[in-house]
Design a binder for this molecule. Structure first.
Ligand code: DGT
Ligand code: CA
Ligand code: CA
Ligand code: ZN
Length: 584
């Protein structure tokens, strides 16, 4: 099978990360070129593997030398330069670059002077206070590194990987395995299928009569840096990101039982097993069967097993053993939002924001192609230092939107803005100017370290502003890189309900914000949500899937999500809400 675009992009990103180490600079020009090319390949309409070197070079963002490397990868399954870099910087060492404060230069010093090659070495060096003695480091850096390691969950067996990294790995593995002759299904399970925001290891389950060819393909994958186990039906590899992938192959007739078992969670499984026992049955990874006769009651699909246990099907995102089993038995599960329910997107950027990569027309065309009924263009407010937009630019954009209205099938364009919440909870421009927008999202983009009380006051003040319709990415976290702001969740949710401010569920996979934990705490309240992609390029509309999964994990019901509403209902609600704001 030819390499997919995602696989090629993954390889180019690895080259970028290793090149930063080689060049001793996070700003490395060559690394930036690899990153740009990775994005270009990922956004490509057709398969990059089918293109000649000349055709690859013609892609915006792909130069001649990278085009040659892509061809080398497609033809040989690897790249000489990459192999060289992998030898120079083994996976455990490259992973250290994830820790804020440890730039390529510092890492090189730590390696040379202390022999630190991986996270365990680093932890020991920090414990022995060896970092502070090195030239240019000091006690402060050492403390920052220690704190970052703890925050990122980077110690020993507890180490967890951000879901975005694990998701891409699982997609590459399942895509490759589905291509093996005889494979009936290949699905990620475990915490990834439940959509936890960090992943211990990736579990993949395959249904096939003959496991042999699947195993061979798996241990030969180009993303495998090491084969940890290679058995007849069970294998495990380590990726270049130092992430473990467990593979299990089962007979198609047992797939449901195995999927249920390996999806977990452990608590959910334990509760299902005790329900089975009450009925004189046993439930394991092979089947639900009669305890005495071992006659199979159900095994082929998860739905069969739940039905036999007298329960509604429990969506994977709910399987945490926190009440979902009882509710499923009573037929009372929440009516979770689904991807097909979404009819609009309420947080999107264009090239007008410095960080947007698609024009207004390109965004509108893509949204219309997706079948969306409304799209809010929300470029950055002027207070965002690098990417902010002036009043004049916004007024011009408003006129362009008015002129384009009706040109994209049934798509209604809304003119909006992503405002910045300042220290006190004030937002950009002035109230009168803001009242000219159809839709305003207000987000925290600064001052992540203020205390809990100050952050809570700040969020609530922004919600009380009548021109603010929604709060974007509530905590501001970046999974695995930056913790979110701390705030009083109950108070903020109460204010959202009271002011009628929508809480965004941001679908960017490194954000997933509001978090599932916060969303669950809104259960039974009147808080309303939006599931938004925060797209900065056309390909990012695909983030809907992640936003929906995170919302489902947070028990969010369909009707509480305002962008599931048909256009007329949404616009009518928006009109009433904005009218109230004007009279306030
Ligand atoms: P992770 O990898 O830490 O993010 O979390 P999981 O949930 O993926 O856990 P993992 O990889 O250890 O195991 C995958 C699933 O297999 C787990 O969710 C449920 C099932 N499982 C594993 N070990 C046990 C066990 O000892 N008892 C039961 N009932 N189920 C288990
Ligand atoms: Ca796992
Ligand atoms: Ca596992
Ligand atoms: Zn933002």
């Amino acid at each position: 099978m030819a390499a997919t675009n995602a696989e090629i992009a993954r390889v180019l990103r690895e080259l970028a990360n290793l090149t930063k180490l080689e060049d001793g600079s996070p700003q490395s020009f060559r690394a930036r070129a690899y990153e740009k090319a990775a994005q270009a390949v990922q956004d490509l309409g057709g398969p990059a593997a089918g293109l000649s070197e000349a055709q690859l070079t013609a892609i915006d963002g792909v130069g001649k030398s990278i085009a040659a490397k892509v061809r080398e990868y497609v033809e040989s399954g690897t790249i000489r330069k990459l192999e060289e870099l992998r030898t120079a910087f083994p996976p455990g060492f490259a992973e250290l670059a994830r820790i804020p404060g440890l730039g390529p230069k510092t890492l090189a010093v730590i390696r040379r002077e202390l022999g630190v090659e991986n996270i365990d070495d680093l932890r020991r060096a920090v414990e022995r206070q060896q970092l502070r003695a090195l030239p240019g480091l000091g006690a402060k850096t050492e403390e920052n590194v220690a704190r970052a390691m703890e925050r990122l969950g980077l110690h020993g067996k507890e180490r967890r990987t951000p879901i975005g990294v694990a998701w891409a790995v699982a997609a590459e593995v399942t895509t490759a395995l589905r291509d093996v002759p005889g494979v009936v299904a290949a699905e990620p399970c475990g915490s990834l299928r439940r959509f936890r925001d960090t992943i211990g290891d990736v579990d993949v389950l395959v249904a096939a009569a003959d496991a042999g060819p699947v195993m061979e393909r798996f241990v030969g994958l180009s993303l495998a840096s090491e084969v940890l186990a290679h058995g007849p039906t069970k294998s495990a590899i380590l990726t270049w990101d130092d992430l473990q992938v467990d593979l299990r192959v089962v007979a198609p007739g047992e797939f449901g039982a195995a999927l249920l078992y390996f999806t977990g969670s452990k608590d959910h499984n334990i509760q299902l097993r005790s329900r089975a026992l009450q009925r004189g049955w046993t439930l394991n990874e092979y089947a639900l069967s009669a305890a005495e006769t071992e006659e199979v009651v159900a095994a082929a699909t998860e739905a069969d097993i739940y039905a036999a246990l007298g329960m509604d099907f429990v969506p994977p995102e709910l399987r945490e053993g926190i009440g979902e089993v009882e509710l499923a038995a009573a037929g009372d599960l929440p009516d979770l939002v689904a991807r097909s329910d979404l009819r609009g997107d309420l947080h999107d950027h264009t090239t007008l924001s410095g960080d947007g990569r698609a024009t207004l027309e390109e965004m509108a065309t893509a949204a219309a192609d997706l079948g969306l009924e409304y799209l809010a263009i929300t470029d950055h407010g002027e207070d965002l230092s690098i990417n902010g937009v002036s009043r004049d630019q916004l007024l011009r954009q408003r006129r362009r939107i008015a002129a384009l209205q009706g040109r994209f099938g049934g798509l209604r364009l809304l003119h909006g803005c992503e405002l910045n919440i300042d220290r006190e909870g004030n937002v950009d421009y002035d109230a009168e100017f803001r009242a000219g927008f159809d839709w305003c999202v207000a987000s925290v983009h600064s001052l992540f370290d203020m205390d809990r009380g100050a952050q809570t006051r700040r969020l609530i003040a922004a919600m009380q502003d009548p021109t603010v319709h929604a709060i974007g990415h509530l905590s501001g976290r970046k999974i695995g890189r930056r913790p979110g702001i701390e705030f009083d969740v109950e108070a903020v949710l109460a204010a959202a309900a009271q002011t009628g401010t929508v809480i965004e569920v941001n679908g960017a996979i490194d954000r997933l914000d509001a978090t599932a934990d916060v969303l669950r705490r809104a259960r039974g309240s009147r808080v309303q949500f939006s599931i938004s992609t925060d797209s900065h390029r056309v390909s990012e509309f695909a983030r809907f899937e992640w936003g929906v999964r995170n919302a489902r994990r947070g028990w969010v019901e369909k009707d509480s999500v305002v962008n599931t509403w048909p256009r007329d209902r949404f616009l009518e609600w928006l009109g009433r809400r904005s009218g109230r704001a004007r009279n306030a």
